[in-house]
Design a protein around this ligand. Structure first.
Ligand SMILES: Nc1nc2c(c(=O)[nH]1)N[C@H]1C(S)=C(S)[C@@H](COP(=O)(O)O)O[C@H]1N2
Ligand SMILES: [Mo]
Length: 255
């Protein structure tokens, strides 16, 4: 069955329902909100629509455990040195909280224990960096659709922005990224706290990083502390929606 044939409203409900039965209430609240999906479709620039047409709302391939790479090669920041990160690291991340902010009905915070207590998704996927290498790893985390089902989504929200702890260019800025809500609600978009069955290593984004499986490596934010829903990402840093986008990389970053 081709997912392209299903109405978009149905697809969003499937994304939310895939994250756990408790989400159906949030899903109904979302799909009942008049105009929400219409706003999304009008706002999507042409190239995004072309990529969507080619890829649909498909799931990316998931691999058998036998294909997991012996080491998940780290890239970019591998040991954040910002004061706020070093303070959390010194306590073994015990004080960590993921914050949901911006255009949500209810701002929320989740400790790592609270995240681990929610229904989890585990997926073995391939990570493709634009530098030309790939690795396969097993990720475990909470579907973002589930978290947004709990916080609610205000009708004006169009993008999820991921705010990170690290200062990759050592200029006082922080790594950040953004995706549209359709990718945010995709069933394989998870906030991951484990890699290959062990707590996420620092090099790979501890204590929490995003996996957005239809995207290139630079869209996979590590060291995430806040997820903010917005109607525009122009207000952040260079205004192009991400650390590498501000250096000229493509915002959509699809694979
Ligand atoms: N916060 C943060 N996230 C980041 C980066 C980074 O430097 N800082 N690098 C990106 C790039 S270019 C890649 S390829 C992947 C690497 O993830 P890994 O270190 O787990 O391999 O993380 C992405 N997310
Ligand atoms: Mo990358």
């Amino acid at each position: 069955m081709s997912s392209l044939l299903l109405p978009r409203r149905r697809l969003l409900c499937m994304a939310a329902a895939g994250a756990g039965a408790g989400l159906l209430a949030g899903c109904n609240a979302l799909s009942n909100r008049e105009g929400f999906l219409d706003v999304l479709s009008v706002a999507e620039p042409l190239n995004r629509n072309v990529q969507r047409f080619l890829s649909g709302d498909r799931l990316v391939r998931e691999y058998p455990a036998s294909m997991i790479s012996p080491t998940f090669r780290p890239n970019g920041t591998i040991s954040p040195q910002t004061p706020e990160y070093l303070a959390l690291k010194a306590q073994g991340f015990a004080g960590y909280q993921l914050r949901l902010r911006g255009l949500v009905e209810r701002p929320m915070e989740f400790t790592l224990d609270a995240l681990r207590a929610l229904p989890a998704r585990t997926q073995i996927t391939r990570h493709d960096c634009v530098e030309g290498w790939s690795v396969i790893g097993q990720w475990t985390g909470v579907p973002l659709a589930q978290l947004l089902g709990l916080s609610g989504i205000k009708p004006a929200a169009k993008y999820a922005v991921f705010h990170c702890f690290d200062d990759l260019s050592s200029n006082g800025g922080r790594y950040y990224e953004s995706i549209d809500l359709r990718d945010a609600l995709h069933p394989q978009t998870i906030a991951a706290y484990a890699l290959n069955g062990a707590p996420l290593p620092i090099a790979n984004g501890a204590p929490l990083r995003m996996r957005i499986e239809r995207k290139l490596g630079y869209k996979q934010s590590k060291y995430v502390h806040t997820i903010e829903l917005v109607d525009s990402y122009a207000q952040f840093a260079g205004g192009k929606g991400g650390f590498w986008e501000d250096q000229g990389y493509d915002w959509y970053g699809g694979i």
